[in-house]
Ligand binder design. Structure first.
Ligand code: BES
Ligand code: ZN
Length: 644
């Protein structure tokens, strides 16, 4: 049993804090009228709606009591690699009889818990459940009838899964340390005690104290001209799920792209990143035209250190990006389109549980492709669909059981990694392509815009979406799509035969040249590659015959200089081929790649391929050097791959 709750709250006792400390706390209760906290006004009923389908990955009793606002006051301590301070939580009682607030925590040291009761802060005795390796510990806080707020003093652990602390030598500038967070899916609980479920939305405010020479950023309002002084304040007035709570602290500079879009990065890559992502404003316009207003104020990007384990993360107002997107030719900016698209699908309308993650990632992958089409034309959009389709087909064969290829993931989903397989992303996107093809864009586009508007700032389930689809599209145009077709997509395995089949003429040409070359009819230098885009190169490499001779590998490398290429996607595709074909000349550069890039999409499969192709010992040696630089999330995954 991995991700399932280990106990039932009603029947199993909590490991309460020691009796002595309860007495001590009780003794000073009433005297602890400490810091004054300004009340924050929020209209709760607008934020949350009851969600009947429970989230299995939280201990929170969010059906009874729901947190509505968080106020953080934290010291970012690089010496001890901890966040240290207080969180104050506002809450709303859904069930009037509720006498307890239950929060998620993981690897936190709780120093005290107080409630604001009739104007006084009173220390209360709290409970901590035994620790589950994946879910952490439930923190139970008794609430009197008059309790209004909860305040918790705590600190994080240096090993917090959601925080990475880099030493100066692990940064590009080499002078200052760096810290960044990753909350999705359930790591916010390693940063603060919270109701860590996407079913609950909170607004937040925060005060961070950092060394004065560093800049702190959050997924919240920020003025790019804030002076560097080590005291930073943030406000997030729109309600978000806590997995979108995010921090980045370091020697970070800013460059504007327009009046409300810009890039944060370490200096070494700032200009290149601003150039690479210079079309973000056009992406925003395309998104707004299709799906309605951008509701978050500023939209900034931050290029993180190379150990950032994702291509991008859609933290609101401030998408986090890997530096491997900065290819010099804007060929990988679909990731920006993707993270921006989450400002509608995911951040505005959020999956209520991780079993519904296709509502976030599938919708976003669909919108991403529409944006790429709007900016760069149909050819590029179709190439991206075709590359995606191949990856999806591979991913479908890797599912542990057919139920993991349903869009609505199984009730007994144990490992959250499966909520983020390409099934959620690309089967999800393809379900929407199917609906678009059937209903036509003239009906489907306004329908989606209406969905984002109707559920703005709400958390929804797959069933909510299907009901909305019935009421707003299927009932009006009843013979377009059958129940059986919908069922096959959402609750059935694999890819229904109603799937769109993308055909790229450019890729067909690549296929023909590849075949001619593989058969020995032409040599590598005869292939007219001058005009090829990264997409064509990827299609060329991803569809090589199973086995290629050493002479052929050498000819490819000598003609096209794949080994050591600066485009991370092309490099990855080439190194996968090199590993399978035991092409040794690529190994020193592959080693460099693995030590310098921590993006999971690349390194998980590279380590896996090394292991599967008799190179486990070599992989382990590289990993020994690389591991300290990887993000904790990536360390866990590769530990598992290499059986550590
Ligand atoms: N939300 C995801 C990143 C994520 C996935 C975080 C799983 C935690 C768990 C983000 O929006 C994303 O999907 N990023 C992709 C890029 C995209 C173009 C497919 C990535 O990181 O590669
Ligand atoms: Zn995404």
């Amino acid at each position: 049993m991995t991700y399932s709750k280990l106990f039932n709250f009603k029947t199993v006792g909590f490991r309460a804090v020691g009796a002595a400390s309860i007495l001590a706390l009780a003794a000073c209760a009433g005297e602890t009228e400490s810091k004054k906290v300004e009340p924050v006004e929020i209209t709760v009923s607008e934020i949350n709606q009851p969600v009947d389908s429970a989230d299995a990955f939280t201990y929170a009793n969010y059906q009874d009591v729901r947190t509505t606002h968080l106020d953080l006051n934290l010291d970012v301590n690089f010496d001890r690699k901890v966040l240290d301070g207080t969180i104050t939580l506002d809450f709303e009682r859904i069930n009037d009889d509720a006498d307890m607030l239950i929060l998620d925590t993981q690897d936190l040291t709780i120093e005290s818990v107080e409630t604001l009761d009739s104007g006084n802060w009173i220390a209360v005795s709290y409970g901590l459940s035994s620790e589950d390796p994946n879910l952490g510990q439930a923190l139970t806080i008794p609430l009197s009838e008059t309790a209004e707020k909860v305040r918790i003093s705590y600190e994080t652990s240096p090993d917090a899964k959601g925080l990475q602390w880099l030493s100066p030598s692990q940064t590009a500038g080499k002078v200052h340390p760096y810290m960044f967070s990753q909350g999705q899916p359930i790591y916010a609980r390693t940063m603060a005690p919270v109701q860590d479920t996407p079913a609950v939305r909170i607004t937040y405010s925060a005060k961070l104290t950092t060394p004065p020479e560093l800049v702190a950023l959050m997924s919240a309002s920020q003025d790019p001209n804030t002076p560097r002084d080590g005291e930073y304040e943030f406000d997030m007035p729109q309600p978000i799920p806590v997995y979108l709570l995010a921090f980045a602290v370091g020697d970070i500079d800013f460059k504007a792209i327009n009046d409300h879009i810009g890039v944060y990065a370490e200096e070494y890559i700032l200009d290149a990143a601003a150039e690479e992502f210079s079309e973000t404003p056009e992406m925003e316009v395309a998104n707004v035209e299709l799906y309605g207003p951008y509701r978050w104020g500023r939209y900034d990007l931050i290029v993180l250190p190379p150990s950032f384990p994702y291509g991008g993360m859609e933290n609101p107002r401030l998408s986090f990006l890997t530096p491997t997107l900065v290819a010099g030719d804007k060929s990988l900016t679909n990731v920006v389109a993707h993270e921006l698209a989450h400002s509608w699908s995911g951040n505005l309308v959020t999956n209520a549980t991780w079993r519904d993650s296709w509502l976030n990632e599938g919708f976003t992958s669909y919108v991403e492709n529409r944006i790429m089409e709007a900016l760069y034309g149909e050819d590029r959009a179709i190439m991206e669909q075709a590359l995606d389709m191949q990856n999806l087909k591979r991913s479908l064969t890797e599912a542990p059981s057919p139920a993991y290829t349903h869009l609505k993931l199984p009730e007994d989903l144990e490992n959250l990694d499966y909520a983020f397989s390409l099934v959620s992303y690309l089967k999800g996107a393809n379900f929407l392509f199917f609906l678009e093809d059937r209903f036509g864009r003239e009906r489907f586009d306004p329908f989606l815009a209406g969905y984002f508007d109707s559920y703005a700032f709400k958390s929804v389930t797959t069933e909510d979406f299907l009901t909305y689809l019935d009421e707003n599209l299927r009932n009006r145009f009843p013979d377009v799509v059958s129940d059986a077709e919908i069922d096959a997509w959402v609750y059935g395995p694999g890819l229904p035969d109603t799937v769109r089949k993308p055909v790229s003429n450019a890729f067909t040409k690549v296929d023909n040249y590849r075949a001619d070359w593989a058969n020995g009819n032409i040599s590598a230098s005869d292939i007219p590659t001058q005009e090829w885009t990264t997409h064509e190169w990827l299609h060329f490499l991803n569809n090589m015959p199973e086995k290629i001779t050493m002479e052929q590998m050498t000819a490819l490398d000598e003609t096209f200089n794949f080994t050591g290429t600066s485009n991370a996607e092309t490099a990855f595709a080439w190194y996968m081929l090199a590993i399978k074909n035991d092409y040794k000349p690529a190994m020193p550069e592959l080693r460099k790649f693995l030590v310098s890039v921590g993006r999971g999409k690349f390194i998980y499969r590279l380590y896996g391929a090394l292991k599967d192709n008799g190179k486990k010992a070599w992989a382990e040696k590289v990993y020994e050097t690389a591991r300290p630089g990887y993000n904790p999330i990536a360390q866990d995954r590769i530990d598992a791959i290499l059986g550590k």
